[in-house]
Design a protein around this ligand. Structure first.
Ligand SMILES: Cc1cc2nc3c(=O)[nH]c(=O)nc-3n(C[C@H](O)[C@H](O)[C@H](O)COP(=O)(O)OP(=O)(O)OC[C@H]3O[C@@H](n4cnc5c(N)ncnc54)[C@H](O)[C@@H]3O)c2cc1C
Length: 462
């Protein structure tokens, strides 16, 4: 980048409608920051695209000048692929429009939209797309990797509800793709991440959800964790698709429904969710209370869009984060013991271990129906190492890595691509699984020079 002369960069600026930021510009530092404060990169150029024309111009510029190119959606990715040092960042954060057609039950979502943008517009009609569990996450990165959340057991993954997309490929052409338009490319973006181009617009199928759903937390002491988690595991095998229960092991936050003497102590929190109203959902949730001694609970009717924001404060941007993740087909007794052992030795009060329950309809498609391959997974387990002070980096990273290694013998041997950290290049095959070869072929066809390589990269076949 340093070899690009000023005239070339100024020429680019005049061709763009959105701002082009360089080091020293007032907005530059804010624009290079992403969710994970462990990532501190200094791009040479950041372009906040105003629309698809800007994206095409920026992609052509990067290609023609051989400039390293990163693409930013919501900026949530733990590995920090949204930004690069000394390269060019195509930043879609100004492209967040969501358009809903309630009669056709379709939503068109711009490539920089956040989950909260989609929930806000779709819930106005009592409709929803199955996305993730934090309203501040980017729709783009989440969907391109698979995308699961509270609705996935009933409605499948985000990729299972994607019916079309507009994408700018490495030749700087905008293409509309779908099941009948460039189907290989459409297949590849449903799990193959940002490897194939810049998605400027997603087209999702919508489903009736809410506005009120049934959701909340039931909290147990970690001292009873072994029984609670074994009963949880046995119970979720019998759960209907329209109920989801995730387990979170952490220090108790000062939640108002928990007694003060529980705050700061080790808990197992079961987060329960159903899109049904309480009279229909509570019978399936009630047995959870018998898993152990309930320290506190807060479960009832809640607006879906509000529930989607419930965990935002615990996962706000600005902290240092290091994750390790495994998929599990089942949770053995031994695995539960390892989970409890490490949950009892978290190196910072912000760390947590969570078990996201998937299964249900998310496991019905064939492994090769979309590029996302993990259709046999019951739990995605994520070790959230999270802390504030850089002086704690080594200690916190070591805890996450040790736990990851200790529990590995009980895991499925696969991982969700969106939970990979920047130092896990060796796990990329685990993430794309049996769909690897076809992804490589599609990459060769649409991005033979690997222009889009700041991602969990699929190198072109050539
Ligand atoms: C707090 C938190 C909660 C999360 N919860 C969930 C969850 O419930 N379910 C779940 O499935 N995942 C979850 N994730 C993981 C999430 O799916 C990934 O972090 C995802 O990559 C975020 O997408 P983004 O657009 O915000 O990220 P970014 O960092 O902006 O981008 C991620 C990757 O996608 C590429 N990319 C971004 N936008 C585009 C685009 N428009 N076109 C092409 N490529 C693009 C980037 O180049 C990068 O490689 C969570 C992450 C966090 C931090």
């Amino acid at each position: 980048m340093t070899s690009l002369n000023n005239d070339v960069v100024e020429g680019l600026r005049t061709a763009l409608r959105g701002p082009l930021l360089r080091p020293g510009d007032p907005d530059y530092d804010g624009a290079r920051q992403i969710w994970n404060a462990m990532i501190d990169r200094h791009p040479a150029l950041i372009h906040r695209c105003a629309g698809t024309a800007d994206v095409c111009t920026a992609v052509a510029f990067a290609r023609d000048h051989g400039v390293p190119l990163a693409v930013r959606g919501g900026g949530h990715n733990i590995a920090g692929n949204a930004v690069c040092d000394d390269g060019f960042v195509i930043d879609l954060s100004a492209m967040r429009r969501v358009h809903v057609d309630p009669d056709a039950r379709l939503a068109w979502v711009d490539g920089g939209a956040l989950l909260g943008d989609v929930d806000h517009e779709t819930q106005a009609y009592g409709l929803a797309v199955p996305l993730g569990i934090n309203s501040t996450t980017g729709v783009a990165g989440l969907t391109l990797g698979g995308g699961f959340g509270w609705l996935s057991r009933m409605l499948g993954l985000a990729v299972d509800n994607l019916v079309g997309a507009d994408i700018v490929t490495a030749d700087a052409r905008r293409r509309h793709i779908g099941p009948r338009a460039e189907p290989d490319l459409f297949w590849a973006i449903r799990g193959g991440g940002g490897n194939f181009g810049v998605v400027t617009r997603f087209e999702f199928a919508l489903h009736a959800v809410g506005p009120a759903v049934t959701a909340g937390l039931i909290v147990f002491s970690a001292a009873e964790g072994r029984d609670v988690l074994r009963r949880y595991r046995d119970y979720v095998d019998t759960l209907p698709y329209d109920v989801s229960i995730w387990a979170v092991l952490r220090k108790a936050p000062p939640l108002p429904f928990l007694p003060a003497d529980v705050h700061g102590h080790d808990i197992v929190a079961l987060a329960v969710f159903s899109p049904r109203p309480p009279d229909e959902a509570l019978p399936a949730i009630a047995p959870v209370r018998a898993f152990g001694t309930v320290l506190g609970e807060h479960v009832g009717a809640v607006p879906y869009a509000a529930w989607q924001q419930t965990f935002d404060p615990l996962l706000a941007p600005g902290a240092r984060n290091y994750w390790k993740s495994h998929n599990f087909a089942t949770l053995s007794d031994d695995a539960i013991d390892v989970v409890l052992r490490y949950a009892g030795s978290v190196p910072s009060p912000q760390c947590e271990i969570f078990l996201g329950l998937i299964g249900g309809r998310a496991n019905e498609p064939a492994v090769d129906a979309t590029a996302y391959p993990h259709r046999n997974v019951t739990y995605a387990m994520n070790v959230h190492g999270r802390w504030s002070d850089a002086a704690d980096d080594a200690r916190c990273v070591a805890w996450a890595r040790e736990f990851f290694a200790a529990v590995a013998p009980y895991a499925a041997g696969s991982v969700y691509v969106n939970f990979l950290t920047q130092d896990e290049e060796t796990r990329i095959h685990e993430a794309y699984g049996p769909n690897w070869d076809r992804l490589v072929q599609v990459k060769q066809r649409y991005d033979p020079d690997n222009l889009f390589r700041f991602n969990h990269n699929i190198p072109p076949a050539g």
